[in-house]
Design a protein around this ligand. Structure first.
Ligand SMILES: [Zn+2]
Length: 174
């Protein structure tokens, strides 16, 4: 009766630069799927590899995390395992580049830039109960009821067709 489904989520910095967040998500996903590159991961999914589908099926990414992955295909094409390659992002000029060892002490991307690049590490994995995600706004559950408190401003019974997704398009603050 205790129907609990465990899902894997990843803890990423919502204010972190997109390329770094994309890399920090890609690395543990590759590791879990036991593939070396994002292309291999997509290939395995496309070919219906049941093991990889099973692994990915237990991972829950937030809409924001999915959007970040979608926006940084260039990052996904360089991040890999064996040998491990991540990306480093310069906090000053915001440029990113692939790094296989440690990040260089000085930004190599922009002439004269004094930024000290930060290498993206794999995001921390957090296993949660799927039921706990429902109220957190992380899950887009088309069948779920929105926990709807008494909204004093909305008691006229009118159906508003939009504006019901406040989490959409949060601004990235760099
Ligand atoms: Zn720089």
């Amino acid at each position: 009766m205790a129907r609990s489904t465990k899902v894997v989520t990843f803890d990423t910095d919502p204010a972190g630069p997109g390329p770094a967040v994309a890399a920090s998500l890609a690395l543990p996903l590759l590791r879990k799927a036991k593939v070396d590159t994002w292309a291999e991961l997509l290939g395995a999914l496309a070919s219906g590899d049941e093991r990889v589908l099973g692994v990915v099926g237990r991972v829950h990414l937030s809409a924001e995390q999915l959007r970040v992955l979608d926006e940084h295909p260039g990052v996904l094409s360089v991040v890999r395992l064996n040998p491990s390659v991540s990306v480093a992002v310069c906090p000053v000029c915001s440029e990113w580049f692939a790094v296989d060892g440690s990040a260089p002490a000085r930004c190599p991307m922009t002439f004269g830039c004094v930024g000290k690049p930060v290498k993206a590490a794999a995001a921390k994995q957090v296993v949660v109960d799927a039921a706990d995600l429902a109220g957190s706004g992380l899950v887009d559950d088309p069948t779920g009821e929105v926990p709807d408190g008494d909204d004093p401003g909305d008691d006229d019974g009118a159906v508003d067709g939009d504006g019901d997704d406040p989490d959409e398009l949060e601004d990235f603050a760099f």
